[in-house]
Design a binder for this molecule. Structure first.
Ligand SMILES: [Cu+2]
Length: 302
């Protein structure tokens, strides 16, 4: 039988509070990383037309819920106070059914749901519309990394993106490294996905093992990467919003699920073009001498 003393309870409570505070601090850190647009409390407004539409939809539904809560609780509290027994209120035991009331309390919620469903359907249709994309990138999830294979203008650029070494060292059990000293702990990769701003980018998502999910809140982008399926996703980062955007795998995909972040480096179209040229030159150089595939998986020729 275990006996817990008051001191033990206090200590464990303090430890939990500290863990909670650390957790909140990490969230805050994540929110401030890079060009993240979240204030840490709400959805990020994001930097794409889609993310802004999603944010507005979210706020519209939120305020609708707030208004409903105010009306329902207002009426309830008013009735509780006004018709209390001490004020001489007598229960109406005669009224057991009112068709009129039934109709009203059925129709009002239906109307509210329809009013919310119309803009929601509009945004969903917009999210699914991958037509006229200007750059397609095939994204493959692995336990526990991402592969990015460019098509269109970036044809031939192909690399893996894995957890950055600093984070990887710090995350090891008994590493002795304080994660708080590692910039963008668990949110940094060796090679980010590079995309141009002002361009409709389409991702073709699949997986080689289990279900992963590619998620970058600031791009309003989140979709499952499922073995044997190709899911589509698109976003267009507003010009002037170039920068680093961070996300994570959002489907529990095994032991190292928490260690396969997503980092997107948004550049101007000109900088992106330069980057593609550099990548292609590196591929050529790596393939040239022995006329064989390069030894590293970092840069693979097609
Ligand atoms: Cu995963």
């Amino acid at each position: 039988m275990s006996v817990t003393s008051g001191d033990d309870v206090c200590t464990s409570l303090a430890v939990r509070l500290r863990a909670g505070a650390l957790c909140l601090a990490t969230l805050g850190l994540a929110a401030n990383a890079g060009a993240n647009t979240s204030n840490g409390y709400n959805l990020p407004v994001g930097v794409t037309s889609l993310s802004q539409e999603i944010y507005e939809l979210h706020m519209m539904v939120f305020w609708t819920c707030v208004a409903i809560a105010i009306v329902v609780f207002g009426v309830m509290i008013y009735a509780l106070v006004k018709f209390r027994q001490s004020q001489g209120a007598v229960a109406d035991t005669a009224m057991v059914h009112s068709t009129k009331v039934e109709i009203v309390w059925t129709i009002i919620p239906v109307v509210i749901l329809v009013v919310m469903a119309i803009p929601a359907a509009r945004v969903i249709l917009m999210m699914e519309d991958t037509r006229n994309s200007e750059l397609s990138i095939r994204v493959t999830g692995y336990q526990w990394k991402w592969q990015y294979q460019y098509m269109d203008a970036g044809e031939g650029v192909n690399f893996f993106s894995t957890l950055a070494r600093d984070s990887n060292f710090a995350r090891q059990l008994h590493s002795g490294i304080d994660p708080k000293t590692v910039p963008n702990y668990l949110l940094e990769v060796d090679r980010p996905l590079v995309i141009p701003s002002g361009t409709k980018v389409r991702l073709l998502l699949t997986s080689q093992d289990v279900i992963h999910a590619w998620w970058v809140p600031d791009l309003g982008a989140k979709r499952s990467a499922i073995p044997g399926f190709v899911n589509e996703l698109w976003f267009r980062v507003d010009p002037g919003k170039e920068g680093i955007y961070r996300g994570q795998c959002a489907a529990l995909c095994g032991r190292d699920h928490g260690f396969m972040p997503v980092v997107v480096d948004v550049r101007t179209p000109d900088d992106f073009k330069k980057w593609v040229e550099e990548q292609k030159a590196a591929v050529k150089q790596a393939a040239a001498p022995a006329d064989q595939p390069p030894p590293t998986a970092q840069v693979l020729s097609k």
